[in-house]
Write a protein that binds this ligand. Structure first.
Ligand SMILES: C[S@@+](CC[C@H](N)C(=O)[O-])C[C@H]1O[C@@H](n2cnc3c(N)ncnc32)[C@H](O)[C@@H]1O
Length: 245
């Protein structure tokens, strides 16, 4: 990683969620989610149909690391949870992942990821691209073992909109993460030495999310932390599970 790991953290050392009105103000929907938008990153052009999440700085913290190997996917089985428009799947394909499980509950996001992957990566020997519409890992066949999982989840703790597409993209909160970790643990989806990279800020209930993962036996550490100087702190957690595999 480009910043040192700070070691194991206990959930109660993490900051509580920001005040509700600040969270709501910080997460005001842009108003163009139901239009076709365009996004360019790393020289790649993406078209986003209505409802598909437009990446922000937090997204790019994962995308850059998958591309440059700070989150190493080369030769590994990788799951991009909540893949959205597909940037991390494209980065993983070009990096040479062995399997790319591109998962999202939103069918249009999965179709968009497929289109971008086929155009920007295409067929590559040694890389299997496996897009699936899936609530969390539901559609993943039994027996899959993942070396790396990334998730930029809709973890904001307050419901900032009544629009179901905004809620799906932004603010499903801690219960979604509780199920995410439960599925990983109960279905033994992580390979030995498997790693989960989860990016969250204090607009989410960090203590509840990380505490729940710890309760299921995951070992969290802070791989990277960013202070935006406006009260928002973003954490990239790396979690492993001693019983994985
Ligand atoms: C914050 S966006 C991240 C998109 C993309 N990974 C990025 O960083 O640009 C969260 C994504 O999670 C997806 N999502 C929400 N609930 C989900 C679920 N239950 N299972 C799988 N994906 C889900 C949304 O459709 C959305 O694409």
């Amino acid at each position: 990683m480009d910043h040192p790991t700070t070691g194991a953290v206990l959930a109660d050392q993490l900051p509580p969620p920001l005040p509700a009105d600040q969270i709501t103000a910080l997460n005001q929907p842009r108003g163009d989610l139901h239009t076709t938008r365009h996004y360019t990153w790393n020289g790649w052009a993406f078209e986003l149909p209505p409802g598909v999440f437009l990446p922000g700085e937090t997204s790019r913290m994962i995308h850059q690391r998958v591309l440059d190997g700070a989150i190493e996917v080369r030769g590994r089985a990788y799951a991009a949870m909540g893949v959205g428009l597909g940037v991390e799947a494209v980065a993983a394909g070009l990096r040479g992942a062995r399997e790319i499980h591109a998962l999202d509950v939103h069918p249009e996001s999965v179709a968009t990821t497929r289109r971008h992957y086929e155009r920007l990566v295409g067929e590559r020997p040694g890389t299997a691209f496996l897009p699936r519409v899936s609530h969390l890992f539901d559609a993943l066949p039994d027996g899959v073992r993942l070396d790396v999982v990334t998730f930029n989840p809709p973890a904001v703790s307050r419901r900032v909109s009544d629009d179901p597409d905004v809620v799906r993209n932004v603010c499903l909160g801690a219960p979604l993460l509780a199920e995410f970790f439960a599925q990983l643990a109960e279905r033994h989806l992580l390979a030995p030495d498997g790693e989960v990279f989860l990016i969250l800020s204090n607009t989410a209930d960090l203590r509840a999310i990380v505490g729940h993962a710890q309760g299921l036996g995951f070992r969290p550490e802070v791989a990277w932390r960013h202070d935006w100087q406006d009260g928002v702190l973003t954490y990239l957690f790396r979690l492993t599970h001693p019983a994985a595999g």
